[in-house]
Design a protein around this ligand. Structure first.
Ligand SMILES: NC(=O)c1ccc[n+]([C@@H]2O[C@H](COP(=O)([O-])OP(=O)(O)OC[C@H]3O[C@@H](n4cnc5c(N)ncnc54)[C@H](OP(=O)(O)O)[C@@H]3O)[C@@H](O)[C@H]2O)c1
Length: 220
């Protein structure tokens, strides 16, 4: 059995934070959940434990404490909140893996708030220069996590980053969550991954996919 990892999930009360927490509680992980309101993180802990009493999960009151204890930090918050959180975790996230799941969409979902020559993940890496930022879980809808199978096929989930070991670690987490990890490239590939989800969201709104949609690469 692989060594137990401690994972901090910041924004654990949100759609993605709670879905990721639930799915990673099935693996050999210790989860530290942070939400702005501790009661909301405690509700997620209760929900997880109601299905798996042995799950190693607890709610913490401070994102810095949760990140200090963690091997891997997941920022499950809106892109706009990352700057403020980066200030709080910068020192304690030194040399650690930080997962960027954000899609920096504008308010009308017809574009990004980031410039075309960057991505949310690359902007986070600039804010956390001593951390290993990895892009993951941005192409999976929160609703997909309960059954990561679309049209009878295991959904793919793309991973991108500059540090090979960190990318491999995150790929294992993606697998634990039930998705098929595909390593897409270095961190700059996040530009494409974030735009892929913009397209999926736009198509979802146009054709009413009910937020149950995902990616599957078909090949010989
Ligand atoms: N929803 C999806 O299907 C999906 C799919 C792929 C990627 N994403 C990305 O995942 C991220 C979260 O999306 P979501 O849909 O889960 O949003 P959400 O349901 O609104 O949850 C956002 C979470 O972030 C917390 N938060 C907001 N500002 C914060 C701050 N300054 N400090 C600490 N926590 C803060 C919120 O806490 P409060 O409730 O206390 O405000 C909440 O727990 C976004 O970057 C989004 O682009 C979403």
């Amino acid at each position: 059995m692989n060594t137990k990892q401690t994972i901090a999930i910041i924004g654990a009360s949100g759609n993605m934070g709670s879905a990721i927490s639930k799915s990673l509680s099935k693996g050999n992980n210790r989860l530290l959940l942070f939400a702005n309101e501790k009661e909301k993180a405690e509700a997620v802990v209760k929900d997880i434990k109601s299905g798996n009493a042995a799950a190693d999960v607890e709610a913490l009151e401070c994102p810095t404490d949760a990140s200090w204890e963690a091997d891997v930090i997941i920022l499950a918050v809106p892109f706009q909140a990352e700057k403020e959180l980066a200030e709080k975790i910068r020192e304690v996230a030194n040399q650690k893996i930080v997962i960027s799941i954000a899609n920096p969409l504008n308010a009308t979902f017809n574009g990004m708030v980031t410039a075309t020559d960057t991505s949310a993940a690359e902007e986070l890496q600039k804010l956390l220069p001593n951390s290993k930022v990895v892009k993951a879980f941005n192409t999976t809808f929160a609703a997909d996590f309960s059954t990561p199978v679309i049209d009878g096929k295991q959904a793919d989930a793309f991973v991108a980053g500059n540090d090979e070991e960190a990318v491999n670690t995150v790929s294992e987490l993606v697998k634990t969550a039930g998705f098929n990890p595909i390593v897409a490239g270095d961190l700059s590939v996040s530009r494409t991954l974030e735009n892929m989800q913009l397209l999926l969201i736009q198509l979802g709104m146009k054709y009413h996919y009910n937020w149950l949609a995902g990616w599957k690469i078909l090949h010989n």
